[in-house]
Design a protein around this ligand. Sequence first.
Ligand SMILES: [Zn+2]
Length: 214
Amino acid sequence: MRIVVVGAGGLGGPIAMATGAAGADVTIVDPDVVELSNLHRQVQFGGDDLGAPKATALAAKIVGRGGRARGRAARFEPGNADQLAADCDVIVDGSDDPRTKFVVADWARARRRAHVIAAAVRYGGNVFTSAPGAACYRCLFEDPPDEAPTCGEAGVLGPLVGWVGGIAATRALRLGGGDPAVAGTIWIVDDLRTGKAARELTLARRHGCACGAA
Ligand SMILES: [Zn+2]
């Protein structure tokens, strides 16, 4: 199973580590380097990684545990998406950039790839899961928000990303294993501090969405 993980930070770390440990061949895409302010929520990195590209540093952690992984120090964009992800079975977004999430989701829909889009900001997060035929990201969110805070701007509760990332990794492995039951769903945790259970919704395709024309 080949998995592309977009984002090597708070969410991308647990997603890549868990799928890599499960035997997936992992390609990690992230343009940034490790900074001191990342370490509280990006537990895959330590002081020795400061200044290193996140993508290759995270891939090295997986390889160091006997897995197969490689890092690409790049931003996932429409112009390089085919080159970065052409041979993947599943693509997972764990970036903290809403625009990147739409790029990943749009590419996956156009190329008919199973995909998982994970998000976490402040105290809550969600995991969207789709595959060809199921509701797409734009069925739910339509267009990128004009202004949405990133984790770096709004902050994120450190333990939250481990939970959300773990759910995203599980969904990716199920999709990669050929289980279609998780496609067309969104899993939501509103506020980790309350201890309340997460919710999951099954999504219908939206009338008029571009995916209906495909
Ligand atoms: Zn749609």
